[in-house]
Write a protein that binds this ligand. Structure first.
Ligand code: KG4
Ligand code: ZN
Length: 321
């Protein structure tokens, strides 16, 4: 018996099959990135419409590649928030319809719990407690993870302005790179000198983060360079900018964790410089860093099940609970 996971909170339509002990049988992700690239960011209404077109075929593909049929599904885990409300409602409605017609329980999952639960899949199978950096396009959080449920995860640090992924994306835009920009900066930075430019790492009180000043520093650096030189120094700018973000993240997590175990998850955890800077941290596998449904099915294993028809009244929520 397997859990079907569904994820539609942003611009990825994803479905996955995961066993009770955390083996990923299939993980299908239909990215809409190209559709939104020309606007330089996700357009919510376009995302909702595309989810609607993709959700059924993506579920079918997850079943086919996982070698399963609907008869094998024991429960359906679905992201109920936070995210784009219209996008979330497509996944939630599909999950309700499927769970109701098949007579199986529905499990609402917090998207952020999903990112952390990527660490509970095989072969990583990380056991709490650990200190977790969750860095994505929408969030930058330091989490004290005491067990695999979401109730005993405590936020001990958060960004005061932009998320780390947002800083990557806005930086990429300033450098004229594509969207989403994190992976583009990662790639270009490999050809650049990270010491070429000095970008400030904001120091804020406690364990919080701030990235908006960094973005402004890059804006000024780009503005002050003559056009011809800008082109030649792009890789240096990318490498230096990336280093500042990585430094801010690594300093904070080291401060929070001390000698204790560290883990990194979320889209920014795919960053090669961040992974290299934290050799002792457990990083989610690359394919499970950015949004996917295997992480949602994984989190569902540690979340409350709702029986039919109680789950029919469930609503999506755009903000973090
Ligand atoms: O977790 P995710 O897929 O979606 C959210 O829940 O937000 O994270 C997407 C973010 C984007 O901002 C993207 O630019 C960033 O993760 N990202 C990266 C890399 N790959 C994706 N940032 C830095 N380096 C990467 N290799
Ligand atoms: Zn995410």
């Amino acid at each position: 018996m397997v859990i079907l996971g569904l994820e539609t909170s942003c611009d990825e339509t994803a479905a996955a099959l995961v066993t009770a002990d955390g083996v990923v049988l299939s993980s299908v992700i239909a990215s809409q990135a190209e559709l939104h690239a020309r606007y330089g960011g996700v357009v919510p209404e376009i995302a909702s419409r595309r989810h609607l077109e993709l959700v059924a075929p993506v579920i079918e593909e997850a079943l086919a590649t996982g070698g399963a049929t609907l008869d094998d599904i024991e429960a359906i885990g679905v992201t109920s928030g936070p995210g784009l409300i219209g996008a979330l409602l497509v996944g939630l409605s599909a999950a309700k319809a499927l769970a109701w017609s098949r007579g199986v329980p529905l499990i609402p999952v917090e998207h952020l719990h999903g990112h952390v639960a990527a660490l509970y899949l095989q072969p990583t199978d990380l056991e709490p407690p650990f200190m977790c950096l969750l860095a994505s396009g929408g969030h930058t959080l330091l989490l004290d993870v005491q067990d695999r449920g979401w109730e005993n995860v405590r936020v001990i640090g958060r960004t005061l302005d932009d998320a780390a992924g947002e800083a990557f994306d806005k930086g990429a835009r300033l450098l004229g790179l594509g969207y989403p920009g994190g992976a583009e900066i990662d790639r270009l930075a490999k050809e650049g000198d990270a010491e070429a430019f000095t970008f400030p790492v904001a120091r804020v009180a406690g364990l919080d983060f701030s990235f908006s000043g960094l973005k402004t520093a890059l804006l000024y650096a780009v503005r002050d360079l003559p056009a011809a030189e800008l082109e030649a120094r792009k890789a240096d700018l990318a490498a230096s900018y990336q280093r500042a973000i990585v430094r801010a993240l690594t300093e904070r997590i080291a401060e929070a964790a001390g000698d204790g175990p560290i883990a990194i998850v979320g889209g920014v955890a795919a960053n090669s410089a961040l992974r290299a800077a934290l050799p002792h941290a457990t990083a989610a596998p690359l394919a499970l860093c950015t949004d996917n449904a295997a992480m949602i099915a994984s989190a569902a294993r540690y979340s409350a099940r709702l029986e039919s028809p109680a789950f029919l009244g469930l609503d999506a929520h755009p903000q973090s609970l």
